[in-house]
Design a protein around this ligand. Structure first.
Ligand code: UD1
Length: 430
């Protein structure tokens, strides 16, 4: 099993280039099968979640052709099946976007019901409620969601909670329904907007994405398109907080600073300097940082996908901070790993009370999920001595070249497989 071995203590200094947004790419690559004409998607991150999704798409018959590391051409005209294998849903929940895409295009889709995951139970009732409102019959049979309709029609849908996945899934199906759909209490995340922009580039008629009311006028069919994915705000945020944790000075390039505002505001509040440029932000942390409180919220609030990373930074800040997780029920699993590095964090329900300490010490720890894994790497970069982060398959689901990009910023980090490579690393770094 691959691991990261890290010698902490170096401030991160330099420039890092951010790739395309994984969560936007998952939705957009799925939506690309909704036309029978070729679609080219650029700025795709080369991470395992995307590669699994592309495989799921090709297994139902769509043609996927990798033009270069970050560009894929997809042709949905060759699709021969509307039934998605459980293997894909198990590996990557977002394959459920195939429900909305296939239902919209073929008026029938069969996708296994995803189970819970490492950050808690994750129901998809809002997705199904939306499909039913559009006129589909939706049943669960033998663990599979079977959705079908004679005709999909527009509907006025009120979401019970803000859900990125449900908003995108319903938007895809409604793009090819007859008549007008209104989604109220829609998610406003940049990847919802990016997916709407992409669908519009294929001829859909979607207005209001980025606000909490999305209006969709159904069209008969979609056409060819060429599209580039937006930068990944979570990848960017991860490097911003890595700079903060290591008292570094990092220029995070190829970002949309507006998407980073919730994170920027917190970094400024705890004492970092943040300079914004047109498509970059520079984070400088000169002193030990201060405490704050933070609550995760749907966009434009502080993202739940940045909760572990900010907790690591606050674990090293002066004073007591409170972090409240309001989106997922079980997103503090990494706290036990941080405790092994000396952090003083007490979790009560969905709240973590963090007493900042001056230094963490390196230890052997496990990545419990994607974002927590990245946060533990940040902890290792800031800690005294050697940290080994195991189960980095989770991290590789969403971060392209994580170790390479960190090395370019001066980090001492290596990806290793064998125990003896860890020993070698120890000898080399002293
Ligand atoms: C997406 C992101 C994920 C991020 C999350 C919140 C992707 C592929 N993943 O996940 O990285 O952490 O947004 O920003 O884009 N809920 C229900 N019923 C539903 C749908 C959601 O109860 O039908 C609940 C969920 O359990 C959760 C909350 O609503 O508590 C938000 O979930 P949602 O926005 O749907 O997250 P995802 O789209 O799964």
């Amino acid at each position: 099993m691959d691991k990261f071995v890290i010698k902490g203590g170096n401030p991160l200094v330099g420039e890092v280039e951010i790739g395309g947004a994984k969560n936007a790419a998952l939705a957009i690559l799925t939506a690309a099968i909704m036309t029978d004409e070729p679609v080219t998607v650029e700025n795709i991150p080369d991470v395992s979640d995307i590669n699994v999704l592309l495989e799921a798409i090709s297994v139902i018959g769509a043609t996927t052709e990798r033009i270069d590391r970050h560009t894929v051409r997809i042709n949905g005209s060759t699709i021969g099946s509307i039934s998605v294998d459980y293997e894909f849903i198990k590996k990557i929940r977002a394959s459920y976007y195939l429900l909305g895409a296939l239902l919209g295009k073929y008026k029938r889709a069969e996708v296994p019901l995803p189970g819970g995951c490492n950050i808690g139970s994750r129901p998809i009732d809002q997705h199904l409620k939306g499909f039913r409102a559009l006129g589909a019959t939706v049943e669960i049979r033998h663990g599979v969601i079977v959705a079908s309709a004679e005709n999909l029609h527009g509907a006025h849908i009120f979401m019970d909670m803000v859900s990125v996945g449900a908003t995108i899934n319903i938007m895809m199906a409604a793009a090819l329904a007859q008549g007008n759909t209104i989604i109220e209490n829609a998610a406003r995340e940049p990847h919802v907007v990016d997916t709407a922009n992409f669908l519009n580039s294929m001829g859909a008629n979607i207005k209001g994405a980025g606000t909490d009311v999305i209006r969709i006028r159904g069209v008969e069919k979609l056409h060819r398109s060429s599209y580039a994915i937006v930068p990944d705000m979570i990848e960017a945020g991860t490097y911003m907080f890595a700079a903060a944790a290591t008292k570094g000075d990092v220029l995070v390039k190829n970002v949309i600073p507006k998407h980073l505002e919730a994170m920027t505001a917190k970094l400024v509040e705890i004492g970092c300097d943040v300079e914004e440029f047109d498509d970059a932000v520079r984070i400088t942390a000169k002193h030990r940082l201060g405490r704050t409180h933070v609550k995760t919220l749907p966009y434009p609030g502080f993202p739940t996908d940045m909760q572990p990373q900010i907790s690591v930074v606050l674990g090293l800040a002066e004073g007591t901070s409170i972090v409240t997780e309001s989106i997922f029920e079980n997103r503090f699993k990494y706290v036990d790993e941080l405790a092994r590095m000396g952090a003083s964090i007490k979790v009560e329900g969905n709240t973590a009370i963090i007493d900042g300490i001056a230094t963490l010490t390196g230890a052997r720890i496990n990545a419990p999920d994607l974002r927590a894994g990245a946060a533990l790497v940040i902890a290792g970069l800031a800690a005294e001595g050697i940290t080994v982060v195991e189960d980095i398959v989770y991290i590789e689901r969403g971060y392209e070249d994580f170790d390479k990009k960190l090395r370019l910023l001066g980090a001492e980090i290596e990806k290793v497989t064998e125990e003896r490579e860890i020993q070698k690393f120890r000898l080399r770094v002293g």
